[in-house]
Design a binder for this molecule. Structure first.
Ligand SMILES: Cc1ncc(COP(=O)(O)O)c(C=O)c1O
Length: 465
């Protein structure tokens, strides 16, 4: 054994203590640390890798060169994209995941644990047991895996096995309908060979991002027998809008389509009493994507993928009949349902955090985040130089400077972020440059939202003529 490696093995205790101390120096300052740091000021550095230096010295180098540029994205003042932090129990689970270093899918205990954990989350989300679930790396992969199942289903309806024969070009293009799909849906359609341009945008309800169901019906009735795919939203990124799943469920009784719901963050509406009405009827879906590294507040990268058609999904992701990779027959062979064969033990952080805080804990986090977003929305709506651009249904506040205020919203965003106290991200909503606030961190409370509003108001004031 290499002498440095041998020494590290002997000092594993101290190395892990170093990891703990470094972690704490980040976590203990999350409330005050800069939420988003650029790297343009970083000094140039070349690393000599010919001879090693051991883990402790590598940690010292990391701390001096990279660590000062780590953003507090896991903290309570980061409102960009839709970002969560890590609960203490999730972090515990994630540390253990690395320490145990199990090959999920091959090791029986991880497969058993994943099945048990999926069952707990089905219960949390109020989903019936006919949904099969697995862990994947994120919302994008979850959408992609579910849409792969959808593609297989469409082909099956047409008498074609896409998993064996490839794309069926003889039966015309495969149609996908959606009103406000997330960008990852387009990416998934590209990966799957369905094609980005074969997504047909359905009209939205007035002043909403939700599907106008009567317009969807019109489009479906053009070719009522032809199987198609409808991608619905449980939480759009701009305004957190939801499609009407009860109406879509009824439509499904009349037309032949696969209903996929992208609930990357909005799926968590189901855990809070005041918000679960938003997902009413979502159990009629064929597949659902829900992120874990967003509102569940577990470390990246983790998401749930639920489907009512595991057999079709398996046809797509079956790894071939390789004797050396056969499972024990007693536990679920997840590798035949998802893209990765070798998989991280993603169910462990998710299990820990749910056991630690329970349904009540998550109802509190989601309810608090939504309540705070709603309160911020009201304050922005009442501000004479700001426009609230959509009703705050969940945890997203979308706003811009009033057109007649003379304030450029882009400049407003730049100045807000330049305070280095909070971080918000841009969007374009109804052809207008806009700012989004996504409240999805377990640490964010009243104090942080008051502070955010103060910053928005004082920057607005400083820019007004
Ligand atoms: C609605 C929606 N779908 C999908 C995604 C993609 O998720 P991920 O970044 O985890 O791949 C996101 C991420 O913001 C999202 O908000």
């Amino acid at each position: 054994m290499d002498t440095l490696l041998k020494k590290d093995l002997e000092q594993i205790d101290e190395i892990l203590e170093g990891a703990k101390a470094t972690s704490l120096s980040y976590l203990d300052h999350l409330n005050e640390a800069v939420p988003n740091i650029g790297v343009s000021n970083m000094s140039k550095q070349t690393w000599n890798i010919k001879a090693g230096i051991g883990a402790k010295k590598a940690l010292d180098l990391f701390k001096s060169h990279y660590a000062p540029y780590i953003s507090a994205t896991a903290g309570p003042n980061f409102y960009g994209y839709v970002t969560g932090g890590s609960t203490p129990a999730a972090l515990l689970g994630d540390w253990l995941t690395s320490a145990y270093d199990q090959v999920s899918s091959v090791t029986p205990i991880t497969a058993k644990h994943e099945s048990d954990t999926i069952a707990l989350y089905r219960e949390l989300f109020g989903l019936p047991t006919d949904f099969f679930g697995s862990f994947v790396t994120g919302g994008t992969t979850s959408n992609m895996v579910n849409l792969a199942g959808a593609r297989q289903w469409v082909y099956q309806q047409l008498g074609w096995d896409g998993s064996k024969n490839g794309l069926d070009t003889s039966s015309g293009t495969l149609k996908v309908f959606a009103a406000t799909p997330h960008s990852s849906t387009y990416k998934s359609l590209s990966i799957l060979g369905i094609g980005r341009d074969n997504l047909e945008l359905v009209q939205r309800l007035p002043n909403r991002e939700a599907i106008d169901v009567s317009d969807l019906e019109k489009r479906l009735s053009v070719n009522p027998e032809k199987p198609s795919i409808v991608v619905a939203s449980a939480g759009t990124v701009n305004t957190g809008d939801f499609d009407d799943f009860l109406a879509l469920g009824k439509l499904k009784e009349k037309y032949n389509f696969w209903l996929h719901i992208d609930g990357a963050f909005g799926g968590f509406a189901s855990v809070a009493d005041d918000y679960k009405y938003l997902v009413s009827g979502w159990e009629s879906a064929d597949s659902i994507a829900i992120d874990a590294h967003k509102w569940l507040n577990v470390p990246y990268d983790a998401a749930f993928q639920f489907t009512k058609h595991p057999g079709l999904q398996r046809q797509v992701f079956q790894n071939g009949n390789v004797p050396y990779l056969e499972g024990d027959g007693a536990t679920q062979d997840f590798m035949n349902y998802v893209p990765e064969n070798s998989r991280r033990w993603r169910s462990l952080p998710a299990w820990f955090t749910l056991l630690a805080y329970g349904k009540e804990g998550y109802a509190e986090i989601v309810g608090r985040n939504c309540h705070l977003a709603s309160e911020l929305g009201h304050r922005i709506k009442d501000h004479e130089q700001l426009d609230l651009l959509g009703e705050v249904r969940l945890n997203i506040v979308c706003f811009a400077a009033k057109i007649d205020s003379g304030i450029d919203t882009k400049v407003l965003l730049e100045h807000i972020n330049a305070t280095n106290k909070v971080f918000l991200t841009p969007t374009v909503y109804k052809d207008r440059f806009a700012i989004r606030v996504a409240v999805s961190n377990w640490r964010t409370g009243q104090k942080e939202i008051d502070n955010l509003y103060q910053i928005i108001a004082s920057v607005t004031q400083s820019l007004s003529k």
